[in-house]
Ligand binder design. Sequence first.
Ligand code: UDP
Ligand code: MN
Length: 348
Amino acid sequence: MADQAFVTLATNDNYAKGAMVLARSLRNHHTTSKLVVLTGPQVSDPCQSVLKKLFDEVRVVDVLDSKDTAHLAMMKRPDLGVTFTKLHCWTLTHYSKCVFMDADTLVVSNIDDLFEREELSAAPDPGWPDCFNTGVFVFQPSMATYEKLMQYSAEHGSFDGGDQGVLNGFFSSWATTDISKHLPFIYNLSSIALYTYLPAFKQYGGNAKVVHFLGQMKPWSLTFDPKAQKVRGGSQDAVASHSSFLLDWWTLYSREVLPLLQEHYGDQPFHSGCLVFHTLPWLVFNRSHLFASSIVQEEECQEASAAASEASRLSSEERRERWERGQADYMGEDSFENIQKKLDAFLK
Ligand code: UDP
Ligand code: MN
């Protein structure tokens, strides 16, 4: 529907990657609604370009620059920076109904039925089920509500320091008044449920419609080994326990988002001899900033060749450090052949 939208927020390139995967997951599950992303000025130009490809609307929100109530509220509560940006979603008044989704959510089934719900519909928070979790919520854009929210947050702040505290304070009757505003947990299934209620997760987890990678460990801070089809890094327990959802995220990211990013970073000079390596660093080393590290620029390549003869004398730890500085020995120790051998040995 043209007057309904899924809205997300990404104030930096990492969350932008999450937003890109979310957009693809919504489209792959055939949503008929518009897709909107709110971004901040820190999001790089290539990421902005990819967001423009994947979303119907990209709105740069800079609460510091704005002349409206958000700016005033911000002066009073500088601690709530990202929160104010998120609350900006209420200003999207060219839509009659919206669903906000965190950039760390992934849609695994069509959820357009959410637009039949009213403001404010949300799923319980797994940590305190009398509060709703603000990773997924249905809302109705309105300048009047927006102004009230701004005023509320400037006056009362947030009991948890983020948007969830503000919104639960503002929509405080959610827990007790109208059960139709309680979304089933499968619309915002946080991976935390695995630890808190494993049998229920086993019983119902398969019905998930939205997965939420809530907490410190985000999919983009891990690494993916496409050959082994495994996600690595972070706490091994955490990775192992929700590996199938993480794998879904990474499969979508590497198949449908990474090629777009590579296209848009493509104006930067690539050394043809290094192209073959462009996806390898994150296979071999446990890097968190995957994309930055997966681009090898020409100068770095030349520097790398110069370092080649010296590299053979270096320990593996030193070589890794050099690699991370972009000074890999592409023609010697770090050649494609050697990397392949190392990978094969590792996978065996
Ligand atoms: N967010 C953002 N930039 C930040 C932090 C958060 O854009 O630096 C947005 C993003 O959409 C994110 C949401 O705010 O999904 C809520 O933060 P997060 O998901 O990290 O919180 P959690 O769900 O883990 O409590
Ligand atoms: Mn989240």
